[in-house]
Ligand binder design. Structure first.
Ligand code: CP
Length: 315
């Protein structure tokens, strides 16, 4: 594997899930693969889980790990081509990225959507420059349009907790005070489409995700109807794709609470975290025994380690 940005990069999902089980059962069994190999994790945005779980995964593989918070520790990077560099950005990404590539065997990059330009975000301008100029494999730690390590961890969690062969999984929009990227929801949809689940998305009108992620997926605008018989409720906020980056509703009637969870088939509750309590989900639901948010975060180590192992095997 030379890169990990989207579901198709992992290949056969059943095989990937088998690999994840193996990694989870024996996390330290593959350290020879990572010996004297280095991963650099570059963050343009904040992180708790992605940073720590990917470091832990790489250390489990016996690797050296370096972390660069580009906004705090590095030179501010110019990402536009052909510009006169007379602004506050002293280093160009075309030099910085190949230099980073000299110090490591693979790079992880987190670079969120900026909402300044839909085309730049949806053509993955920043992470694609890492692929083009680094000379080493690149792992997405959440790009402008996708969060694949999260979606892989989510699928691992669903596999571990499902009580029927083909569970009903509902992705529900929920309110939030700020404009958030669509990346988590896009990736979750992309991975659930490939998984053996009955998948439904529910959101208010105007929050339709990009067609490339949702083609063929059932969208139910009545949240209560969507919840009926669900085995997993996956809550997430995202801003509008059509009115790009806009918050067009903060309707608290979409908050996931006990009354709505009672409509489900005793569904497990999932969220990628961080989560705004009593906006996205009530205290009662997130603290209930059906909440999987901590188990889901724990599986971020497993998804990252499975991906890193595949890349090390291909070096
Ligand atoms: N879920 C997730 O990616 O968490 P962080 O933003 O804390 O890394």
């Amino acid at each position: 594997m030379k890169r990990f940005l989207k579901v198709e990069d992992i290949g056969d999902l059943k095989k990937a899930l088998q690999d994840a089980v193996e990694v989870k059962q024996n996390p330290y069994a593959f350290q020879e693969l990572g010996k004297n190999k280095t991963i650099i994790l570059v963050f343009f945005n904040s992180s708790l889980r992605t940073r720590l779980s990917t470091q832990k995964a790489a250390m489990n593989m016996g690797m050296n790990v370096m972390v660069l918070d580009i906004n705090k520790d590095g030179w501010k990077l110019e990402t536009e081509m052909g510009v006169v560099m007379d602004s506050d950005k002293p280093e160009h990404i075309k030099e910085a990225v190949p230099v980073i590539g000299q110090y490591c065997d693979m790079i992880g990059v987190r670079s969120f959507a900026t909402f300044e330009n839909k085309e730049d975000d949806y053509t993955e301008k920043v992470i694609n420059q890492f692929i083009q100029y680094s000379g080493v494999p690149v792992i997405s730690l959440e790009s402008a349009t996708r969060h694949p390590l999260q979606a892989f961890a989510d699928l691992i969690t669903i596999e571990e907790h499902k009580s029927k062969a083909r569970p009903k999984v509902v992705l529900t929009w929920a309110p939030h005070p700020r404009a958030l990227p669509q990346a988590v929801a896009n990736s979750f949809a992309e991975w659930m489409k490939e998984a053996d689940v009955e998948f439904v998305i529910t959101h208010p009108k105007g929050y339709e995700l990009a067609e490339e992620f949702t083609a063929g997926v059932e969208v139910e605008y009545d949240q209560r109807k969507a919840f009926e018989g669900a085995d997993f409720i996956y809550a997430k906020n995202w801003s509008s794709f059509k009115q790009y980056g806009q918050v067009i509703s903060q309707d608290k009637d979409w908050t996931v609470d006990e009354e709505k969870m009672a409509l489900t088939n005793q569904a497990k509750f999932m969220h990628c975290l961080p989560v705004r309590r009593n906006m996205i989900v009530s205290d009662g639901v997130i603290e209930s025994e059906n909440s999987l948010v901590v188990q889901e975060a724990a599986n971020r180590v497993v998804s990252a380690q499975t991906v890193i192992k595949r890349i090390l095997e291909s070096l």
